[in-house]
Design a binder for this molecule. Structure first.
Ligand code: UDP
Length: 319
């Protein structure tokens, strides 16, 4: 099988590329290194069957050639991370919408199978947990930068479904919840790599808000298995699937657990959202997926406990 991964030098993309190589597939990635890094693919970039292109998916000549050569396409190239979104809204909106338009447009010519990665952000401010794929999406107002990310990804989803309905391009949508593991950078605000680095360096561990907000964290290996299961399954076409875990932890508990597991003496401090992000920032209090739909289709169940996830990150950051 010939696999193309856009954003393949990113955190999730690089794990996905490696898993396909391990399976014996030919893997090509394209990444403009805007948030991805050569470091993520350094250890496997010379493996037989692997090719990488350091370019943007908006280079349509190259994108057309690569999509033509692929049997299956994972579109992961996107602007990610709440900090990046708040600081660079133009880049977020344009990258996310334009990139997906190009991939789907080019894939349509030969009706290639495409998996579009979306995000749990699309559920917006909804408070009804767990989040089901057919729930209403509840967005905040347009003057709050965060929601531009959610809306840009929602447009990507609409486009993918439209390409299936109207042009019979076999698309599938994966809504990724908080995914963590080795190679994730804390640079764009993600909480676990940040807390682990702070704990290991003896710097204060910075909880934004009061720490009562909760998340469910999934190890990247579980996510990769789910993505591979979805792209290969004929009944996934035209459908949306959550990928995540259902064990909730508050951010305060998370800070304490990381402090404990690293043996750190870092103080835990609380920073108001306005200072951490921008005035009027809106956070989600709880975010938990229903994984009923994906479990039914491919038998997906997360396998890593929170401690196993945290230890894998701690070990990676210690180097
Ligand atoms: N967060 C935090 N300290 C940090 C980074 C994030 O307390 O240094 C909080 C953030 O406000 C949110 C949670 O941790 O409530 C998860 O943040 P992340 O950006 O990892 O993911 P998302 O907000 O997309 O769930």
């Amino acid at each position: 099988m010939r696999i193309l991964i856009t954003g393949g030098a990113g955190f999730i993309g690089s794990h996905l590329a490696e898993a396909h190589l391990d399976k014996g597939d030919e893997v090509t990635i394209i990444d403009d290194l805007s948030t991805g890094s050569m470091r993520n693919i350094e250890h496997f970039k010379d493996r037989p069957g692997f090719k990488y292109y350091l370019d943007s998916i908006t280079n349509q000549h190259l994108a057309a050639e690569l999509i033509d050569l692929a049997d299956q396409i994972y579109h992961l190239a996107a602007a990610v991370g709440v900090r990046l979104i708040v600081e660079s809204p133009v880049r977020t909106i344009e990258t996310n919408i334009r990139g997906t338009e190009i991939v789907l447009h080019l894939a349509a010519k030969k009706r290639k199978r495409v998996l579009i990665t979306s995000t749990s952000e699309v559920y917006g401010k909804t408070v009804k947990v767990p989040f089901r794929e057919d729930d209403d999406l509840v967005m905040g107002s347009t003057d709050k930068g965060r929601w531009s990310y959610a809306c840009s990804k929602a447009i990507d989803e609409f486009l993918a479904i439209a390409y299936w309905k109207e042009k019979k391009v076999p698309t599938v949508i994966a809504r990724l919840f908080n995914t963590v593991g080795p190679r994730q950078t804390g640079q764009y605000g993600m909480v676990i790599p940040n807390f682990v680095d702070q704990a290991l360096d003896g710097r204060p561990i910075t909880i934004f808000g009061d720490g009562s907000q909760s998340r469910c964290f999934t190890h990247v290996n579980d996510v990769v298995g789910a993505l591979m299961g979805l792209i290969a399954h004929p009944d996934a076409v035209g459908e949306v699937y959550n990928i995540g875990a259902t064990t909730e932890v508050t951010i305060e508990q998370l800070a304490e657990r990381i402090r404990h597991l690293t043996g750190s003496e870092s103080p835990i401090v609380k920073i108001p959202y306005d200072e951490a992000y921008e005035g009027g920032f809106e956070d989600m209090q709880r975010r938990m997926p229903s994984i009923e739909k994906i479990s039914r289709l491919i038998g997906y169940q997360p396998t890593y406990t929170l401690d196993q996830i945290l230890l894998s990150v701690i070990q990676f950051r210690r180097g």
